[in-house]
Design a protein around this ligand. Structure first.
Ligand SMILES: [Ca+2]
Length: 166
């Protein structure tokens, strides 16, 4: 009987260790300042360096070949990468018009209260909000977008909790 119990215990341990590894498509979600998110899936993949982030992405093939980089949000101002960034991927470029919203991030999650500068790509421009779900105050304003900003200003620095792309 004891042997059986031991065997069961071993199996439980193995199962316990296998589960996290199997869901390791989510490999880097826990740590690291260099992150990416593929919209509309709100899963953040993070790593300790840009190269580690790249290898996590390719290893987990979390990034479909059809994903386009539409924005990069920086923890530091002046597009400085040393404190980390969040690459935002989407299924395609933004439309040329800024009269519509092409992509949204209703909760910046681990990237809340960090953004100090940003760049947008693929015809996109960005608007940041100080609360989730596009509430609170908006940068640059509730009716405009910016392709890039080297510093979002003292009022919005480390305040963004959601974002829209047009
Ligand atoms: Ca910051």
């Amino acid at each position: 009987v004891r042997r059986l119990i031991q065997a069961v215990a071993v199996m439980l341990v193995v199962a316990g260790s296998v589960v996290p590894a199997a869901s390791a498509g989510a490999v880097g979600v826990t740590g690291g300042s260099y992150c990416s998110v593929s919209l509309p899936e709100p899963t953040y993949v993070c790593a300790d360096s840009p190269s580690a982030l790249a290898s996590v992405q390719s290893a987990g093939s979390r990034l479909a070949a059809t994903q386009f980089l539409i924005a990069r949000l920086y923890d530091n101002s002046n597009f400085d990468t040393s404190a980390g960034y969040l690459n935002v991927y989407a299924a395609g470029d933004c439309t040329l018009s800024t009269g519509n919203i092409d992509y949204t991030m209703n909760d910046l999650s681990t990237w809340s209260n960090r953004v100090s500068s940003f760049e947008s790509f693929g015809n996109c421009a960005a608007r940041l909000w100080t609360a989730t779900n596009y509430a609170g105050s908006a940068y640059p304003s509730t009716s405009t977008f910016l392709v890039s900003s080297s510093y979002v200003g003292a009022t919005f620095n480390d305040k963004a909790k959601s974002a829209q792309f047009s």
